[in-house]
Ligand binder design. Structure first.
Ligand code: DNO
Length: 348
């Protein structure tokens, strides 16, 4: 297992040197942020990213994300060209040592929360999701903006896009995902890059948009759609765990051998569709982090792990969910879990 840490590139106020000082973190997870979605990333920018990590003593083997253009998800005629570009990005990244690419297939919006700085009793704050608030939100007028969202749409662009999706259901999305996978997985196989789809967060439809990477049944379908070790998943505990009906360990077993990347974070479910993001340890939230990692280790998991969103603590401010301190505490906690699991297994 390799412990990694997400870094948002040159605009991230957290430096690679900060990350390097977190014990046991050997690599970063990043992306090229200044190329529009759907375009080919320049070799120079990939080379510069990898080199920057290297001089800071860090590996750059995981990319999160190479975003999927909406035309692919919508199955528009232009999808053909965007899929070709996607394949070229896989090849180019492989050339510079990338081994795993995380992406998602959520229409329009990536992860969604209703509150960005929910006040916790201990004085920290964190991201939270209240279903009723989301139901009352209008994406065309709301100012909410999350680090994962593509901010390049103006309100008109967004309106057009939402209109195009209004005619699409889950089956349409499955069909377009299938075509995408059938095209890109052979390219990933050829250059030895593991593709790792991220679950939908939260794992249910929002704003009337379909979402499909959400539960055990759908994972079964996903994994069999293109049955290759290169067609894998990013197991994200916090995303899947938002729904109490998701048995994360069962999903991990189902995807045994197909999980190149693990996002570890904890959430506390406060109602059927409501949750608050918490510190990483099991006791702080609804998820048993030890049990999940242990089950995966027993299945032979040997992929990349990163701590996921952190709270804002010690007066830190910055990119929601992506401050330094609490994620670093998360990394240290995960390093402890890994050591305990590995040592107890060795003694058996
Ligand atoms: C949120 C992240 C997501 C993730 C993408 C992967 O913090 O887990 O934004 O990067 O969904 O494509």
């Amino acid at each position: 297992m390799k412990l990694t840490f997400r870094w948002y590139g040159k605009d991230d106020k957290i430096t690679l040197n900060d990350i390097r000082q977190i014990p046991m973190v050997s690599g970063i997870v990043s992306a090229i942020y200044d190329t529009p979605v759907g375009k080919i990333w320049s070799q120079e920018s990939i080379a510069a990213l990898v080199e920057k990590c290297k001089v800071n003593g860090l590996e750059c083997e995981v990319i999160e994300s190479v975003p999927v253009h909406e035309d692919i998800k919508l199955g528009k005629p232009t999808a053909t060209e965007y899929i070709e570009n996607y394949k070229e990005n896989i090849r180019r990244l492989a050339k510079f040592g990338v081994k795993c690419i995380c992406y998602n297939f959520m229409p329009v919006f990536d992860w969604l929360r209703s509150e960005l700085a929910h006040k916790n009793p201990d004085g920290s704050n964190s991201l939270a999701y209240h279903h009723d608030s989301v139901l009352s939100m209008n994406p065309l007028t709301s100012d909410l903006n999350l680090p994962g969202w593509d901010s390049s749409y103006d309100k008109n662009g967004l309106k057009t896009l939402l209109n195009e999706y209004s005619a699409k259901n889950e089956e349409d999305l499955w069909q377009n995902l299938t075509r995408f996978l059938e095209e890109i997985i052979p390219a990933a196989e050829e250059c030895d890059v593991k593709m790792a789809i991220h679950p939908d967060d939260p794992p249910w439809g929002i704003f009337g948009l379909p979402r499909i990477i959400t539960n055990y049944e759908n994972y079964k379908r996903f994994l069999s759609t293109v049955d290759s070790p290169y067609n894998g998943i990013t197991l994200c505990t916090g995303s899947l765990g938002a729904s109490a009906t998701n048995d994360i360990i069962a999903i991990a077993h189902l995807a045994k051998g197909r999980i190149p990347f693990l996002h570890l974070r904890n959430i506390k479910r406060t109602d059927k569709f409501d949750f608050v993001e918490t510190a990483h340890p099991s006791a702080c939230g609804s998820l048993d982090m030890y049990a999940i990692l242990k089950a995966m280790a027993d299945d032979g998991f040997d992929g990349y792990i990163r701590p996921d969103h952190g709270r804002m603590i010690w007066g830190e401010s910055g990119r929601f969910g992506y401050g330094l301190y609490d994620r670093a505490l998360g990394a240290t906690y995960i390093a402890g879990l890994i050591e305990a699991i590995e040592k107890s297994d060795r003694r058996k």
